[in-house]
Design a protein around this ligand. Structure first.
Ligand code: ZN
Length: 75
């Protein structure tokens, strides 16, 4: 995941998402520290740039930063 330094990163409001999506994003995670999936995250923050869209939170187990990239089918 390389972020172009020239890209503008926008802050989005994670809590504007439908509740079922929030639940999914908060539970379907991958933690690099624990090396395990679906441990869950807390404190979610949503960002997007020109080329990427992602949610950043903290691993529920070890509090490391957890990033979930959002794949979108947008034209
Ligand atoms: Zn962890």
């Amino acid at each position: 995941m390389n972020l172009d330094v020239n890209e503008t990163v926008q802050n989005l409001d994670f809590y504007q998402r439908p509740e079922d999506e929030q639940t999914d994003f908060l539970s379907l995670t991958w933690c690099n520290e624990c090396n395990e999936m679906d441990l869950g995250m807390t404190d979610p923050k949503e960002y997007c740039s020109d080329s990427r869209h992602w949610i950043e939170g903290k691993c529920k187990v070890c509090s490391a930063v957890v990033i979930t990239e959002i794949q979108e089918d947008e034209e």
